[in-house]
Design a protein around this ligand. Structure first.
Ligand SMILES: [Fe+2]
Length: 383
């Protein structure tokens, strides 16, 4: 692996994602979960500066000591930080300042890599930094979608954006026999700590759909009054539907009786063949209940995944986000990467169309709170 080449590629992809933005688009934070694009480009830079340059590159001079406070996301080990809800309230550092910061850190990183003396420990941190930036590339795309898609003008992000087609196979459910299955990452290459350790689980026989639920199918649930029938909802889901007056997936708009949705091209007529997306776990669960089925567990999904196509959207599972047997936190700040979030969240499997290339695998475990839906999240049924 050419580390300098990998570094440049991953950093350039982030910049390419931001290319269509206007300066004002970089700044706003319409809801707490959506960070301003300028924060993402600063934070991913801070990650390399904090975890590689400062501890391992003796000649490195910090760009600005105040940036640690602005761009630290959640690392208690690394000190105090701007509260998350305030990320969009900062007009300084400016977008230009942050681009200068990126350039400064990139130059230093490439000098550091060129020195050649990279230990295995640093190499591991570098690869974590690449994977971290790739995660933020997906967040950039979903946060940009939220920022523009909640603007009353519904501006397009890019007319050049191509959404990969996903064809419904219409094939019958895939059957898996009861038995012991191996779950979790093994082998060479990168994985996050939450994919470890590989372990055995016993699964009862089950069936899983080869297809994602489409917009047309989800519309049947809406038209059948699914959002108004408490029998399909968890108590917390029913409270969420009612207090937020939810009637449809995020980005759907009923205009004069016709469903539209916001895409990267702007507001368009709803494509009925596309998988239903921007669905909360509560909605996924309610839809499955209305169909007389259920969501797969993360273990069922992983055991079956070689037999169906995935990657169009993240798929909610019935599994709580918990440590696997033998899970161990890394020492120091990096130990805060995943482990401390293993409470109150659901696992999502697969990847989405805005997941960075080469950043997905069958053992990947994404996780979000059940009410969130600004990610590309959808439904695969099991029974
Ligand atoms: Fe981060």
């Amino acid at each position: 692996m050419d580390l300098a080449d990998c570094y440049k590629k991953v950093r350039q992809r982030t910049e390419a994602i931001c290319e269509p933005l206007q300066t004002e688009d970089y700044v706003v934070q319409p809801v707490v979960d959506v960070s301003p694009p300028k924060w993402h480009i600063g934070h991913t830079t801070w990650f390399f500066e904090t975890f590689i340059l400062k501890p391992y590159f003796a000649e490195y001079q910090e760009f600005d000591p105040n940036y640690n406070y602005v761009f630290n996301s959640y690392y208690e080990t690394v000190g105090n930080r701007v509260i998350r809800t305030d990320r969009g309230n900062l007009s300084r550092p400016t977008v230009i300042d942050i681009k200068r910061y990126r350039k400064y850190v990139d130059d230093a990183m490439l000098n550091f890599i060129a020195c050649g003396d990279i230990s295995d420990e640093v190499k591991e941190l570098l690869i974590l930094g690449f994977n971290h930036e790739e995660q933020h590339q997906e967040l950039l795309l979903t946060d940009i979608k939220f920022i523009l898609g909640n603007n009353p003008l519904f501006p397009a992000y890019s007319k050049d954006y191509v959404s990969p087609r996903s064809e419904k196979t219409g094939a019958p459910f895939i059957k898996l026999e009861e038995g012991v299955y191996e779950i979790g990452f093994e082998g060479e290459g990168f994985s996050f700590d939450n994919e470890l350790n590989r372990h055995k689980v016993y699964l009862n026989g089950f069936e899983i759909s080869p297809d994602l639920v489409t917009n047309a199918e989800y519309l049947e649930f809406i038209n059948d009054g699914g959002y108004h029938d408490f029998r399909h909802w968890h108590a917390a889901g029913w409270d969420w539907v009612n207090s937020n007056k939810v009637e449809a997936p995020m980005y759907w708009h009923n205009i004069d009786g016709e469903w539209h949705n916001y895409t990267y091209h702007g507001l368009e007529k709803l494509d009925l063949h596309e998988p239903a997306r921007h669905i909360s776990y509560y909605e996924a669960y309610a839809y499955a209940s209305w169909k007389g089925m259920r969501l797969p567990t993360e273990f069922e999904w992983e055991a079956a995944a070689k037999q169906f196509k995935w990657g169009k959207c993240w798929e909610w599972t019935e599994s709580a986000y918990l440590p696997y047997p033998g899970f161990a936190k890394a020492p120091g700040a990096i130990g805060e990467y995943n482990g401390k979030f293993m409470v109150g969240q659901k696992v999502l499997k697969g990847a989405s169309e805005v997941t960075s290339p080469n950043h997905s695998r069958i053992t990947y475990r994404n996780f979000f709170q059940p009410e969130l839906r600004w990610q590309f999240t959808g439904i695969r049924l099991a029974k």
